[in-house]
Design a protein around this ligand. Structure first.
Ligand code: SF4
Length: 234
């Protein structure tokens, strides 16, 4: 009778994080490329270690990304403060795209209940409900992620690169960075993209209900405060 000693598992996965010079080369190569071409490059480069985030204001990036990789992991940050219309858009997207959806929920992890964090202000709330859950999850599951940032979104986003290293050391790819508003609207119409119904009520940008007002641009987010981003993209 022979026995075989249990072997410790060995990871053979090679992390595919890009160097700064590779990031620069990728931006040069992808300048002027279509969003689909950029996603195809990212998918070929990172494979199953490519994920994406979605806010479900519409499903434009989901439509583009799932056409390249139907199994791409789509991450939704369930802050607990989403509009019912946003959750309805998530359900509609599940039906249309059979999404490989991961829902992340907040856990302050310091003994506080997350509902108490809101009183500490919007920075603490966004950190607890959006930034911390993504930072706890993403590095263990992805080497690169897609986001829907566009240069046309706002002056703060006018310099958005196509490819960058984020502060976690992950590669962040913005396939729609160069898309104009007209190109974006044309894609939505031509592909019958799912649109959050709040859009038809005057919400050009949609976040959590306590911090979103109807507006023709992103000024409806944290209106009246000196805050323009939740922190995910800083
Ligand atoms: Fe909290 Fe508002 Fe940020 Fe949502 S957008 S996480 S409600 S501060």
């Amino acid at each position: 009778m022979s026995t075989t000693a249990a072997l410790a598992p060995v990871s053979l996965r090679r992390r595919a994080v890009l160097s700064p010079s590779e990031i620069e080369a990728a931006n040069t190569r992808l300048a002027g490329a279509t969003p689909s071409e950029i996603i195809a490059w990212a998918s070929a480069r990172f494979g199953a270690r490519l994920a994406m985030t979605a806010s479900f204001a519409d499903t434009t990036l989901i439509d583009l990304a799932t056409a390249v990789d139907p199994d791409i992991e789509v991450i939704f940050l369930d802050t607990g403060f989403h509009f019912p219309e946003t959750l309805a858009t998530v359900r509609r997207a599940m039906e249309r795209y059979a999404l490989n959806l991961t829902v992340l929920r907040p856990d302050p992890g310091d003994g506080r209940h997350v509902d108490d964090v809101w009183a500490a202000g919007t920075e603490a709330c966004c950190h607890a409900r959006k930034v911390a859950p993504l930072e706890a999850y993403l590095p263990g599951h992805a080497d690169a992620w897609l986001s829907g940032l566009r240069r046309a979104d706002s002056p703060d986003r006018a310099e958005t690169p196509i490819v960058a290293l984020d502060r976690r050391g992950l590669v962040k790819v913005n396939p729609m960075a160069e898309m104009t508003d007209a190109e974006y609207d044309a894609y939505v119409a031509d592909h019958d993209v799912l649109v959050n119904t709040l859009t038809f009520d005057g919400y050009a940008s949609i976040g959590c209900w306590p911090c979103t007002e109807p507006a023709a641009d992103r000024s409806g987010r944290w209106a009246g405060l000196d805050k323009t981003e939740c922190g995910l993209h800083l």
